[in-house]
Design a protein around this ligand. Sequence first.
Ligand SMILES: C[S@@+](CC[C@H](N)C(=O)[O-])C[C@H]1O[C@@H](n2cnc3c(N)ncnc32)[C@H](O)[C@@H]1O
Length: 196
Amino acid sequence: MQLVHYRHALLSPKKEDADFLLKQKKDLNDFRPGRVYEALRAILDSKLNKAGMVGAVYVKTDQGVLFEIKPHVRIPRTCKRFCGVILELLGHKCIRDKDTNEILMRVIEEPVTRHLPINSRVVGLSYSSEKLVDIDEYVNSGSDELNLVFVVGAMVHGKISKEYTDDFVSVSNYPLSAQYCIGLICESLEHKWKIF
Ligand SMILES: C[S@@+](CC[C@H](N)C(=O)[O-])C[C@H]1O[C@@H](n2cnc3c(N)ncnc32)[C@H](O)[C@@H]1O
């Protein structure tokens, strides 16, 4: 399984930047990294990931920067430190393991589909979709030959683009957080593959 995770601007503005953004009539909700941080932790800390069943994680910013995060990466334990790592990533285009030199995060070229394995099925999640599914039944009905790729939005406003998706589904009658949706996906797959 791969998870694509979309987010507006990534970095938390400092007080003076926030004042500047407000003067520019920008919405500070578009500059809240906590959402993407929580969503990433929901993926990376899941039993699914610990069992090695998450193939890759991609994040796309509102400015169109796409980056890949290796699923075995140890994400910083605070959002502030996470922001520091992302700043370094955007500056250097990649983050390497200091001991092994392995690339842990890297900026990659669009479109994301060119990085996905053959046999991928891209499933966009949106409260606005008219196709309401039971996520447990949905993941159970898919063949294990298929690589499931879920697209979840971490923005406050707007919704994920249908572009590149093979299916576009709602998983609840209620609007949920990205973190909660990712938890549902991970749990369904953990049940399916009996990961305890
Ligand atoms: C806080 S919402 C983003 C809000 C945005 N206004 C929207 O409706 O997509 C975070 C993300 O969680 C997912 N999501 C939220 N509720 C959902 C639902 N009922 N079914 C499927 N996905 C949902 C969507 O991917 C959404 O982009």
